[in-house]
Design a binder for this molecule. Sequence first.
Ligand SMILES: Nc1ncnc2c1ncn2[C@@H]1O[C@H](COP(=O)(O)OP(=O)(O)OP(=O)(O)O)[C@@H](O)[C@H]1O
Ligand SMILES: [Mg+2]
Length: 306
Amino acid sequence: MKPIISINSLSKTFTSGFNALEKVSLDINKGEIFALLGPNGAGKTTLISIITGITIPTSGSVKVNNYDVIKDPIKTRSLIGLVPQEVAIEPFETVLSSIKFSRGLFGKPQDSLYINSILKQLSLWEKRNTKIIELSGGMKRRVLIAKALSHEPLVLFLDEPTAGVDVELRKDMWGIIKSLKYSGVTIILTTHYIEEAENLADRVGFINNGQISLIEEKQQLINKMGKKTLSIHIQNAIQNIPYKLKKYKLEISNSGNTLTYNYDINSEKTVITALLNDLSKENIKLKDIKSKQSSLEDIFINIVGK
Ligand SMILES: Nc1ncnc2c1ncn2[C@@H]1O[C@H](COP(=O)(O)OP(=O)(O)OP(=O)(O)O)[C@@H](O)[C@H]1O
Ligand SMILES: [Mg+2]
């Protein structure tokens, strides 16, 4: 598939001498949700600022739909919608006029059918004539998304879309982001929340100290690195694993009251059935069983730890 954004060996050294990005290369595919994960100061916003033409890179190149961001900045910017990390928005304008204003900045003729459809998609239709100052925080965030979509961009950047919002609003935002993907927009979001990437992303990239250390399909990453743990709580504590159970490499914990079995996510379910049968044959009686799948978070901690 041809990438819609192509980033090639991008570096940024600020005038202070600080290297915020070092040789970052990354392709974004049309129609995907790409999550860029990384701690504070990793370089996420700097990367977005270069792609959106706000910051000039020290070296390297970025192409958006084959246009170079430095040679054709007006063209490339028109293909991009940006929801910035900082909420900056005209307080005394109404929702509708603020969105129309954003579209006007791109020199596009007004199109009320399109703007109305965005207002409805973002559940802002009822609030279209309300002043922004009178909106809740969550509605303001939705207005920012509407403004970013006002000029019909191909790609939408969301810089920390849910930083500092409550659980309910976060889920709400996730729903909106998914619906935008289904309406055909390519989405790049940055986040500290691995759970967010786990929920939304088709692919994830991990950035730290200005370098991308990993880019992978989310599901492949989980399949490849993911482990499942089965915790078996037993009625009578044991101190040694019976010989016939050695092959399962069980770990004993909790003073002999818990046996833990680690297995690959892709492994056959029949192994578990066999294990439970063998436990019963050894007269080990079960009290409770819990299974836990390693999350994207466990996987990242594992990778970063290395
Ligand atoms: N204009 C600037 N001049 C000098 N240094 C800067 C400038 N802008 C950013 N930096 C530095 O570059 C590094 C990367 O900043 P950036 O804002 O890209 O991080 P981030 O990954 O977006 O972090 P956060 O998660 O906190 O938003 C930081 O150390 C920051 O202090
Ligand atoms: Mg940032």
